[in-house]
Design a protein around this ligand. Sequence first.
Ligand code: 3E9
Ligand code: MG
Ligand code: MG
Ligand code: MG
Ligand code: MG
Length: 368
Amino acid sequence: MGPGLTVPPIFSPIPPAIHPCHAEADVQTAAWAETFRIGSEELRGRLVSQAIGTFSARILPEGREEVVSLLADFILWLFGVDDGHCEEGELGRRPGDLAAELHRLLRVAQNPEVPMLLDDPLAAGLRDLRLRVDRYGTPGQAARWVDALREYFFSVVWEASHRRAGTVPDLNDYTLMRLYDGATSVVLPMLEIGHGYELQPHERDRTAVRAAAEMASFIITWDNDIFSYHKEKKEKSATGYYLNVLRVLEWHEGLTPKQALDVAISQRDRVMCLYVRLTEALAEQGSPQLRQYLRTLGSFIRGAQDWGVTSVRYTTPDDPADMPAYFRDTPVDGSGEPLDIPAVSWWWNLLAPGGDAHPAPGRPAHRT
Ligand code: 3E9
Ligand code: MG
Ligand code: MG
Ligand code: MG
Ligand code: MG
């Protein structure tokens, strides 16, 4: 972030919450990272200081303690991949080799007993995660977790091709990539496992329910792009490349960082307003499991916000980011107009004027 770029208070209509086991979760996840030797010594030293257990405790404020710990270890592991392989490692500029390594890891997630990557710490950590997913989740949830890992991996390979070429995707491509490369969708099965239920496919696979989860991914990753801009821009001097929505807007729209920040805030506010209306409508029609799922989705959004403005990962105390001290309860941009992003503008078709969530496949986004 250039000197003087201040992150203003961000709109969040979701109340904060945290599991009482948060301090213990930080200690346990640091111990787990040491046991499995996740990342280089240097990367691991950073990760264990970043309150990742606290982040998990915010995502599952009323969840099972064992799953808070499992999710914390999984998020730390994801940073081992995202920081270690993709953003700071050699593979991050070699999409073909990255795809090969991620396929090998997927096999380990799918069949933890396979004699592959036997000396690899990330593979050993992943085996442990899979065994715990089996312990606390159903076979269907384990399968969806593996599938979600595959979609996350696919997107980081796409990102790696831009890193190699030094290019910046346009806003539509970036949005599509970011729905997956923020690793938000891999967390979704943990939201169910954390509360010991399984969302039935007829509800989970409804277009409107998937859209609500995609909106949560959009909000979480736009917020991350805003809160991590300072860190990511600094990292550019070491890695030579960074990518977030502010950079996309600066590059393709010719905006200054401050203008790009304002546009990104407006985009995430409009998605947040739609998300609130859609999830209220879905909760009215849904099963108790769907209502719990939507509540936990809200905790995921708010937890990422509270963690994002406080973790040393983003505040970088040696060269502090200018973070907001609170969240605002009204949007800067409360417009009900669809965003001009074809990959997601259909989200605005899901709500009829009466507020019912309609799956409306194939209709073009209408402007009201
Ligand atoms: C996030 O994007 C990368 C993920 C692999 C981080 C792991 C976190 C989660 C699974 C939960 C979602 C939370 C978020 C996105 C904060 P990026 O921009 O590489 O993350 P960074 O921390 O480096 O800004
Ligand atoms: Mg990343
Ligand atoms: Mg990153
Ligand atoms: Mg980021
Ligand atoms: Mg931190």
